[in-house]
Each structure stands twice: as structure tokens, then as C-alpha cells.
Design a protein around this ligand. Structure first.
Ligand code: NAD
Length: 326
């Protein structure tokens, strides 16, 4: 059966959030899809959802039967799960809550989607599962799916659990699910004090001296690129497999701050260390090795980091110079 994601019905769980709303836009604008968004709006916003998408208020920690009914009534051919508690510091304080949403809730979505007849299911995971990935002494290292998974946060542990469940459910129940180990994203409609949003608001409100945590290396890609590449993966990837996705370019956070300062016209940026932003366990380098996903899909990132930063800053300036949680 063709897995072409075009002119068909797709349900996006967590589609009112940052990355999920980019996927909704992509499927409606570029793939002529009919989209149903399910979200509890705990972080996402109703106004982030494309006006042509249908919206249902739903909580993935609730009844699996209700999720099933929504997918069934909509006749979803494909289901994506973007719903999660994605802001890692929350997991230091509320590990049970994070596990309940990111692992247990995600499993309910996957089970319900299969039961309702979805042809393929995409689960968004995270590169944060590689807590012991290449460290400070190996700053050029890139993580592939072969890397040992040793999470350093409850967030990462929950993501690893759902990753493993995707692999296992394919083996034990032929659940047609693919997991994406996503590296950092940026773009319009960010929903949490992630590093890019934090730098932008500090530079705007406080001037060129800002406070950050460690100068670790991360890999950033534009959320719209993620939507396009993940869609091709859903069409062509193998069920029961996990695929890392990033830009394959690592950038030190302090260099990123200088780039954002340049985009905003406030450089050079003076960086102070805020002890409150230091993580209990740092992952010094998370840069993607995309060999596995690139052996399956032909699409590649199109928006450069500079351009993505420009779009993110522009969005901030055009939306009252406040992020949605501020
Ligand atoms: N943003 C990044 O840089 C990044 C990097 C790697 C992985 N990820 C993963 O990508 C996915 C999307 O992240 P995001 O940054 O867009 O986060 P987000 O918070 O903007 O999106 C998550 C959405 O899920 C919804 N949600 C949360 N709990 C829910 C529940 N119990 N029931 C229903 N809906 C619920 C929120 O309201 C929100 O709209 C997450 O799985 C995240 O872990 C994000």
C-alpha cells in the first residue's frame, strides 16, 4: 500500500505546539492534507493552529479509547505524535509527570492510532537520550543511532522508553511506527524558554550582556525543514526503527549568542554564566550524524541557521516582543 502523504487525512497530536504547528502548516500548504490537531493546550496555543485544520481538545494521559475514537472518526491515514513536555528542566522537578506524558501518553497515542487503522505513525523522540555521547574531549564527535543511549534527564529517559517501545511494538504487534530522534529546532511560535528564545528575549530586554548556562555544542535545524524531512521519512522509513535527525552542524551556544546578537544588531554579546542555568549533568556535544536517515530520504535542510535565526527574531519582533509563555 502506498504511504504517500498527500491529499489525505493526517492527525497531529501536539499540533498546537511549536514543531507540531509547523508540521500542520506543511501538510496543509504543501501536501494538500486534511489535518486534525489534538492538543491539551498546556504549552501550545489555539492560534498557532492553521485555520484550515480541525481542532480537538484532548489529553494523551487520559483515555486511550477517546484517542482511538478521534482517530477513527476522522479516518486518519497517518498520525504524528509531537505532544510532550519538551522543556528539560521540568523533568528535574516533575519526573513522574514527564514520564506520564512523554512515554505513557505517547504509547497510548501509538496504540490508539494502530487500533484506528493508521497506515503509519510517527513519534518524535529526542537526541537527549545520548547523555554519554561525545563529550568535551571529543567536541567534533557526532551521534548516530549506534551511540550508547544513557540519558542524563528524566526527559531523556522517557524519550528512550518510548523509542524502545516503538521498536518493540513493531516486533510484538506489527505497530507501524517510526521514531525520530530529533536534535534542536528553532523557528516561529517557539513555546518554551529554549536557548534561542532565551537569548533573543535577553538581548531585546536587557541589552548586550546576557546570562547563559554551559557553552555546550548543539545542532539546530529550522522547524519547517523538520516537517518536510520527517514527512518523507514517514513515507519511506522502516517501521520499528529509530532515525536521528539534525543539521549535522554543531554550534557552541556562546557562538550562537553572537550570531543572534548579529541578527538583532546588538553584537558583540557579553556572556555571563548563570549558575541557575547549569544542568546537573551536561551533555557537551550533541551533533547529528544523519547517515541512517539520509540513506532513506532525499530531502535535506534548506534553511540555513542564519536564515532560521532571522525568521525567529522577526517572529518575536512582530508578536509584541514576548514569547507565548512570558
Ligand atoms: N523543540 C526542540 O528543539 C525539540 C528538540 C528535540 C525534540 N523535540 C520534541 O519535539 C516535540 C515537539 O516539541 P515542541 O518544542 O514543539 O514542544 P511544544 O511544547 O511546543 O509542543 C508540544 C505540544 O504538546 C501539547 N501537550 C503537552 N502535553 C500534552 C498532553 N498531555 N496531551 C495533549 N497535548 C499535550 C502541548 O500543549 C504542545 O502544544 C516533543 O516531543 C519534543 O520532545 C523538540
Amino acid at each position: 500500500m502506498s504511504r504517500l502523504v498527500a491529499d489525505c487525512k493526517v492527525a497531529i497530536v501536539g499540533g498546537a505546539g511549536f514543531a507540531g504547528s509547523h508540521m500542520v502548516d506543511y501538510l496543509i500548504n504543501k501536501r494538500d492534507c486534511d489535518v486534525l490537531v489534538l492538543d491539551n493546550l498546556s504549552a501550545g496555543r489555539r492560534e498557532f493552529v492553521h485555520p484550515n485544520a480541525k481542532f480537538v481538545h484532548a489529553d494523551i494521559t487520559g483515555s486511550e479509547r477517546e484517542l482511538y475514537q478521534h482517530f477513527k472518526d476522522f479516518k486518519a491515514k497517518f498520525v504524528w505524535n509531537y505532544a510532550s513536555i519538551p522543556y528539560i528542566p521540568v523533568s528535574f522537578e516533575r519526573p513522574l509527570h514527564v514520564f506520564n506524558v512523554n512515554a505513557m501518553g505517547a504509547l497510548k497515542v501509538i496504540n490508539a492510532a494502530q487500533e484506528a487503522g493508521a497506515q503509519a505513525i510517527g513519534q518524535i523522540s529526542s537526541a537527549e537520550i545520548y547523555g554519554d555521547g561525545p563529550d568535551e574531549e571529543n567536541p567534533t564527535g557526532k551521534v548516530s543511532e549506534e551511540e550508547k543511549a544513557v540519558p542524563h534527564s528524566s526527559y531523556g529517559a522517557a524519550k528512550l522508553a518510548i523509542d524502545s517501545l516503538c521498536q518493540v511494538r513493531w516486533k510484538e504487534a506489527k505497530t507501524p511506527v517510526i521514531a525520530v530522534r530529533q536534535h534542536n529546532m528553532l523557528g516561529e511560535r517557539e513555546t518554551h524558554p529554549y536557548v534561542v528564545t532565551t537569548i533573543i528575549s535577553q538581548l531585546y530586554h536587557r541589552g548586550s550582556t546576557i546570562e547563559l548556562g554551559n557553552n555546550s555544542v548543539r545542532d539546530f535545524m529550522y522547524a519547517g525543514d523538520q516537517s518536510r524531512m520527517a514527512t518523507e521519512l514517514l513515507e519511506k522509513g522502516q517501521f520499528g526503527e529509530v532515525y536521528g535527525l539534525g543539521s549535522e552542524h554543531g554550534v557552541k551556544i556562546y557562538d550562537l549568542a553572537q550570531m543572534i546578537g548579529g541578527v538583532m544588531g546588538v553584537g558583540p554579546v557579553n556572556i555571563l554564566v548563570d549558575p541557575a542555568r547549569l544542568r546537573p549533568w551536561e551533555i557537551w556535544n550533541l551533533t547529528a550524524n544523519c547517515a541512517k536517515i539520509y540513506s532513506v530520504i532525499s530531502s535535506r535542510p534548506e534553511v540555513t541557521l542564519e536564515e532560521a535565526l532571522g525568521r525567529t527574531v522577526r517572529y518575536y519582533l512582530e508578536n509584541g516582543c514576548r514569547w507565548c509563555w512570558e
